[in-house]
Write a protein that binds this ligand. Sequence first.
Ligand code: CA
Length: 271
Amino acid sequence: MVERGVAVVVEDDDDIRTSLKEVLLQSGFSVFETSSGSEGVKAVREHNPVIVTMDVGLPDFDGIEASRRIRTFSDAYLIIVTGRVEEADALMGFEAGADDYLTKPFRPRELRARIAAMLRRPRSISSVPGDRNAAPRALAAPQPAAPAVPAVVDAPPAPAGPVVLCDFEHRGLTLHEGSRSAAIHGVSLDLTRTQFDLLLVLMENGRVVQTKADLVRRLRNEPYNTGSFVTAGEERTVEVHLGNLRKRLGDSSRSPRWVETVRGVGYRLAP
Ligand code: CA
């Protein structure tokens, strides 16, 4: 079995923790198990995992807060595992920098699919594993989970100067695929992996509408024509990520500069 690196499981339910661990071990990860928010954050700091699964209801502080703390120093692929049906957890998780979420009852097949998708997608090169001072996320500043605060105003991570490399440009928004960087008028944007991937697809395709299913498949790195099954939950996940992308861009859904919604169909780049 190929060694994929380290996974950290944060989960206070013994049975679920064991199941998560089993799937991750089978997928080739070494697994560190923790059962509280503080242990989880500590384990991520010590072991520099590639992937983290994060329960929401934990005995000390919740998984959303733990995710937010982890995001200040780690670029691990972070999956929220929530027992609640409400989408609020997932929404807050994405606000806190999560890449994906799973709902309980947890199904091993779903986690395997998430892992497979993660492994097909490139890691952001902006991350410097183990260096907690590298590229702190905009969400590092502790603030309540009040949504709709555009993160664009946050200072760029490093005085790297204006971004000159770009593959795509539209109304001052530039994107460079190789360095996985995006900027507005030269000011770096702090995007999650998924937000970057979505923006890339939209900029690549311009005015050609991307359906939510197209975007889900693209995030799985599947070609469009596979017609593979996409669940309503996955489409909803894409909606949430796009909403967060908009916030990061400081874009408006009513009069978009960049991300235009085509009602009932999908999304495309604004004219
Ligand atoms: Ca729990």
